[in-house]
Write a protein that binds this ligand. Sequence first.
Ligand code: GRF
Length: 188
Amino acid sequence: MIRIAVLLSGRGSNFAAIHQAIAEKKLDAEIVAVISNRADAPGIARAKDWGYRTFIFDNRRYASREAHEADVLRALDDTKPDFIVLAGYMRLLSPAFVAKYRGRILNIHPSLLPAFPGVDAQAQAIIARAKKSGCTVHFVDEGLDSGPIILQREVDVQPNDDAESLSARILEQEHIAYVEALKKLAKT
Ligand code: GRF
């Protein structure tokens, strides 16, 4: 049984997929904390409904990145996760944070990395007329979407796709990929 802390800033559909896999006993894990920098993140509302321990640290109320991260790190010290799962967390982690949890922080990105790192990866794929795209679950290092890859799932880009339709097709695969990646880690 692995202990997971989820960090999110928005919708939380990847968090919901992980929650569901655990509830259906497809993933042997426990979500010990859901941490957000946004009090109004829909993902936080879901976490409360499902009875998880939630923490809100609004970064706009802190004087520095370090001060904000100190509170996040305290919540992690308190809840002792094995893995930290970034699920639409719109904050970069400092090198000190990454160093403390090296090999234990996961992110999901909506492209086949190393292609299209950074923001708007799905739109980048459309503009580049990529034939295939997909998603990548990877460990977080100090770079932008650059850490060791755990797994990827592909989707075809259709000729009539726009960023929105491609995002929706990739998102279905994200939900499968994150659970698969965590299953892999739960076994090792
Ligand atoms: C996903 O597209 C993920 O790849 C990216 O942010 C989005 C989060 O979606 N990092 P959700 O909040 O999990 O629904």
